[in-house]
Design a protein around this ligand. Structure first.
Ligand SMILES: Cc1ncc(C[n+]2csc(CCOP(=O)(O)OP(=O)(O)O)c2C)c(N)n1
Length: 327
C-alpha cells in the first residue's frame, strides 16, 4: 500500500479504521433489522438511524468508559459502541430472554448502568432533565465524567428540553447535548416546528455555546465532541452540538415517508456519511480494497452471528415477569 498521508486530529490509521468499522457495523445492524422486521421476526418498533451513523460514531468514539450516554430510539449503535454485544442487542429486539431487559420492555427503553447507558423513556425530551441530574451528580462528586444526551430537533420544542438546558447552564454542568437534526419529527419538517434555522442557537439563551455542524462528517462530529468534552471535564460547563443530518428510512419501519420527495432523499443520500468517510480514508491510503473486504466480512459475520443467537434464544418465561422488580 502507498504511504499513509497525514490525517486529521492525530488519529492513528488503526483508530480511523476502527471508526470505519463502527460506521459499517451500525449501518449493517439497522439494515438487517429493517429486513427482519418485514419478516415479522422483530418484536419491537424499529426506528433505524440509517444515514445518521456519523453522529453516534463521532461522539461515542471520543468517550471514556465512565462517561454516561442517554441514547434515543434511533441510537442502537450507541449501545454497541458503549459495549453491548451485538448478539445481546439483537436478542433485545427479538424480546428474547437473553436480551438486555430479558424480553420485558418494547426493546427501546433498556439501559445498562455498568456500561454507562441510561434507559430512555418514550416521552420526547424527558431524558434531558434526567441527564442534567446525572451531570449534577458528577459535579457534586467532583469526578470529571461527562454525560452525553441525544435528542431530535423535534424534542427541542418540548418544555423538558428548555428546563434541562437552563439548569445545565445555571449549574455549569458537565453535559453535552447532542441534537440529531434529521429534518423531520415524524412527518413534521423543521420549518413547520421552529422559527429559527439552528437548534444550536437555543443554547445561547441558556448561557452556553451551541454549534451547528455537518452531522454526516464523522470527523467533524468527533472534533466538536472532543472540544466540548474537554470543556465539560475542565469545569466549563455544557455545550450543545447540533448535527445536521437526514434519516434515510421513515420515522419507523412502518412509515413510508410519503411526506418528503424522492429528490430530497437522493440529495441527502449523496452525502452518505459512510461514502464520504470511505473517500477520505482511501485518498489518504488508510483504506484499500483488501481492508474494505476484510472489514465487510467481519461486519457480516458479527451480524449473522447476532441474528442466529437471537433466533435461537429462549423466549422469556411468564413466571420471570415478576423478578427484578423494585418494591
Ligand atoms: C412528548 C412527546 N410528544 C410526542 C411523541 C410522539 N413522537 C414519538 S417520536 C416523535 C418524533 C420525534 O422527532 P425528533 O425529536 O426530531 O426525533 P427523531 O425521531 O426525528 O429522531 C414523536 C412526535 C412523544 N413520544 N413524546
Amino acid at each position: 500500500m502507498p504511504p499513509i498521508k497525514r490525517t486529521k486530529f492525530k488519529l492513528a490509521p488503526e483508530q480511523l479504521l476502527e471508526m470505519y468499522y463502527w460506521l459499517k457495523l451500525i449501518r449493517a445492524f439497522d439494515e438487517r433489522l429493517s429486513v427482519l422486521v418485514k419478516q415479522g421476526k422483530v418484536r419491537s418498533g424499529v426506528y433505524t438511524g440509517i444515514g445518521q451513523e456519523a453522529i453516534i460514531v463521532g461522539t461515542c468514539f471520543a468517550l471514556r468508559k465512565e462517561d454516561f450516554i442517554c441514547p434515543l430510539h434511533r441510537d442502537l449503535g450507541a449501545f454497541l459502541m458503549k459495549g453491548v454485544e451485538p448478539r445481546v442487542m439483537m436478542a433485545q429486539m427479538f424480546a428474547k430472554a437473553t436480551g438486555l431487559s430479558k424480553g420485558r420492555d418494547s426493546a427501546l427503553h433498556s439501559g445498562v448502568s455498568e456500561l454507562g447507558i441510561f434507559g430512555n423513556t418514550s416521552m420526547l425530551g424527558a431524558n434531558l432533565p434526567v441527564a442534567a441530574g446525572l451531570a449534577l451528580t458528577y459535579k457534586i462528586e467532583k469526578v470529571d465524567n461527562v454525560v452525553v444526551a441525544y435528542f431530535g430537533e423535534g424534542a427541542s420544542n418540548v418544555g423538558d428540553f428548555h428546563e434541562a438546558l437552563n439548569f445545565a447552564g445555571v449549574q455549569q454542568l458537565p453535559i453535552l447535548f447532542v441534537c440529531e437534526n434529521n429534518q423531520y419529527a415524524y412527518s413534521v419538517p423543521i420549518e413547520k416546528s421552529m422559527a429559527i434555522d439552528d437548534v444550536a442557537d437555543r443554547a445561547h439563551g441558556y448561557g452556553f455555546d451551541g454549534v451547528a455542524i455537518n452531522g454526516n462528517d464523522v470527523l467533524a462530529v468527533y472534533q466538536a465532541t472532543q472540544g466540548a468534552l474537554a470543556r465539560a471535564r475542565g469545569g466549563d460547563g455544557p455545550t450543545l452540538i447540533e448535527c445536521k443530518t437526514y434519516r434515510w428510512h421513515g420515522h419507523s419501519e412502518h412509515d413510508k415517508a410519503f411526506y418528503r420527495s424522492d429528490e430530497e432523499l437522493a440529495m441527502w443520500k449523496s452525502r452518505d456519511p459512510i461514502t464520504t468517510f470511505t473517500t477520505y480514508l482511501r485518498t489518504r491510503n488508510v483504506l484499500d480494497d483488501d481492508k474494505t473486504k476484510e472489514i465487510e466480512r467481519k461486519v457480516t459475520a458479527v451480524i449473522d452471528e447476532a441474528v442466529e443467537f437471537a433466533v435461537n434464544s429462549e423466549d422469556p418465561k411468564a413466571e420471570d415477569a415478576v423478578t427484578d422488580l423494585y418494591a
